[in-house]
Design a protein around this ligand. Structure first.
Ligand code: GLN
Length: 632
């Protein structure tokens, strides 16, 4: 990805099913869970670098002993930061109390962070600032053990404001307007209610106040609480939570927009946003890690019983295809093949653009995420070359000499490492526009491998705003003096905002949207821009389910290629000498490559939840009115 796109979050939940002594005996440490959490979070660091947080729960402690620990950070390396804090604290305890060394009970009693239940989160914010207060897990504290609630999620609700207002109507006074607080207070409200009812029941049974507590913990129906809480959530989510006494859950949205995977054996239950994190950290094969079904929750009771429960009726499955194209680590067995396929499927259009002249074309990729689709592209290029060789051989078969055969066989697909990302520069550069020359150097190039009559084909996974292409990549590539630069996007054109966890809220930021506007200007049809605005305005007071995505009309008159060509024009400044061509994946081919993840609203405008249409409607109104606000 050449555009810096903030996206996603990652969750990691670990429940140890055996007593801590077991792990000390088998793996040499009772901090087994903490160590695994570190790995689980680190293996998902791609999902969030704004902040990271960790919470743990010790089960069955005596009153007065601390049983919840939490640490959060928004430092530059947040995962390292929290785990060095955790380590320092643990080491301090051990150095002051060498007698704890082999005494697991003493460790559990006296050292924080050790425990049986853990929740971790890596964050890229989609709502609110990047202050440490916004870093998950969030904590709702109470002196009643089972009323403590710890929440962390990979999510974005389209109706956070509405949900917030509902809390007010319920008589609450939330201390912050953060989306995670809103979700947490909602769950908290129904948790309190459930606790109250169980308490009444316990009393009716003649239990004392003290006896009521374990009775409540035992009978809490987490599925029911989630059902009541999530009934009016509209969004994409994998929402994880812990209750103070030791119940845990992860709930996935009904369209399966955000990912969630789990694994269970007799030692652990683990849930994460990405499958390979579980595979590597617990050394288990692909098939043993399961996907949590849309609308379902995995609930792990305090007693260690794990169950899957349908919380909301599933909608048509529309899992986010961006997870496959770019967000998730490409080390997943399926995702790796899917990314290669994306490169393969886009190749026919690429070959056409270079006139099948593989001899005079250099193939390369934007580091690092486009590397896998590049391999797919390469295989397709290889196939094309083989086809050309076969044709030549068959054509000349009667006159073929060994020398000529060697000559035919000598043709190779030319691949080079062309673009280099100088990551450090990016952190140095501020938004000041006088720094264009510095910005151009965010990427660098390899000199001496491209000839002046070459096509330079370079694949990126997606083009969102196009700014890095324009301000850096194209300028640098042009220094190599190729005849033509072909930029290939393994994703289709991004035309609509996301509202389910990717920070992509403003229409006018999208270069495809800019291209459509420019085309309307060119053709004298710009009045449509205001017409659409009027249609959007009319929908403001409507129910979400009645809202239509009128923004589709803006793109309707143009072919994909017309938009691509316009984008090429927008991103190439006058002083670019090479011809610039842009090729995007088609939506059909995307679906062919990623058949299980058909969520494509950012490409097609088909939102999987009713709230999505309201968001795109609002985004368009904001654009038209010059309102910089976010659309959700
Ligand atoms: N990317 C995400 O999942 C973000 C989670 C949540 N909306 C936040 O901003 O904290």
């Amino acid at each position: 990805m050449s555009d810096a796109l903030k996206h996603e979050c990652g969750i990691a939940l670990v429940r140890l099913l055996k007593p801590l002594e077991y792990y000390k005996e088998k793996y040499g440490t009772a901090f087994y869970g903490v160590n695994k959490m570190y790995l689980m979070m680190e293996k998902q660091h791609n999902r969030g670098q704004d902040g990271a947080g960790f919470a743990s729960i010790k089960m069955d402690v005596n009153p007065g002993e601390r049983y919840i620990s939490r640490v959060r950070s928004n430092a530059a390396q947040p995962i390292q930061d929290i785990f060095s804090q955790i380590n320092e604290r643990i080491n301090l305890e051990f150095s002051q109390h060498p007698e704890y060394k082999d005494d697991v009970a003493a460790q559990k009693k006296n050292i924080p962070y050790i425990g049986e239940l853990f929740l971790g989160h890596v964050r890229y914010g989609t709502f609110g600032l990047n202050s440490v207060e916004n870093v998950h897990p969030f904590l709702r504290q109470n002196n009643w053990m089972h009323r403590n609630l710890i929440i962390a999620g990979n999510f974005n609700m389209t109706n956070t404001n509405e949900l917030f207002d509902t809390l007010i109507k319920l008589g609450m006074h939330p201390k912050e307007k953060a989306d995670t607080v809103t979700v947490m207070e909602k769950i908290g409200h129904f948790l309190d209610d459930a606790v109250r009812k169980l308490y009444k029941k316990a009393k009716a049974k003649g239990l004392s106040k003290q006896e009521a507590s374990p009775y409540i913990a035992k009978h809490l129906n987490v599925a029911k609480i989630l059902r009541r809480s999530a009934a009016d959530w509209d969004g994409g989510y994998a929402m994880a939570g812990l209750l103070g006494h030791g119940d845990a859950f992860v709930l996935r949205d009904p369209a399966g927009i955000r990912p969630a995977y789990y694994y269970q054996d007799d030692e652990v239950v683990v849930v994460a946003s990405e499958r390979p994190a579980i595979q590597t950290v617990f050394n288990v094969p692909f098939e043993e890690v399961k996907e949590l079904e849309p609308g379902n929750a995995i609930i792990i009771e305090k007693n260690g019983k794990m169950k899957l429960s349908e919380i909301l009726p599933p909608l048509e499955r529309k899992s986010c295809s961006f997870e496959r194209i770019y967000f998730s680590r490409g080390s997943d067995a399926e995702i790796y093949q899917e990314r290669k396929m994306l490169g393969k499927l886009v190749m026919p259009k690429v070959l056409e653009s270079i006139d099948y002249d593989t001899d005079n074309s250099v193939f390369s990729f934007i580091p690092n995420t486009a590397e896998t689709s590049f391999y797919g592209m390469l295989e397709a290029a290889q196939d094309e070359l083989n086809k050309q060789k076969n044709e030549a051989i068959l054509k000349e078969r009667d006159s073929l000499t060994e020398e000529r055969l060697r000559e035919i066989q000598a043709h190779k697909v030319r691949t080079e490492k062309i673009a280099i990302k100088d990551v450090k520069l990016r952190t140095f550069i501020t938004d000041d526009s006088s720094r264009d020359d510095l910005v151009a150097h965010v990427y660098d190039v390899t000199y001496g491998v491209v000839k002046t009559d070459d096509n330079l084909v370079i694949i990126d996974d997606s083009i969102v705003r196009g700014t890095t292409l324009k301000k850096s990549i194209l300028k640098m590539l042009d220094r190599l003096n190729p005849k033509q630069i072909v930029v290939v996007s393994s994703a289709p054109q991004i035309r609509y905002p996301d509202c389910y966890g990717i920070d992509m809220a403003r229409l006018e930021d999208l270069v495809a949207f800019q291209a459509a506007l420019a085309l309307h200007k060119d053709r004298g049809t710009y009045t449509i821009v205001e017409d659409i605005y009027q249609q959007c305005k009319k929908q403001v007071a409507m129910e979400d389910a009645a809202v239509i995505n009128h923004v589709k009309k803006l793109y309707a008159p143009f072919s994909d290629e017309e938009i691509s060509d316009k984008i090429a024009e927008i991103i190439s400044e006058e002083n670019i000498k090479a011809k610039v061509k842009l090729i995007f994946q088609s939506v059909d081919d995307l679906h062919k490559a990623c058949p299980k993840n058909l969520g494509d609203w950012y490409f097609t405008g088909n939102y999987p939840t009713a709230g999505g249409n309201r968001v795109v409607n609002r985004a368009y109104i904001n654009f038209f009115e010059g309102n910089p606000e976010r659309a959700y």
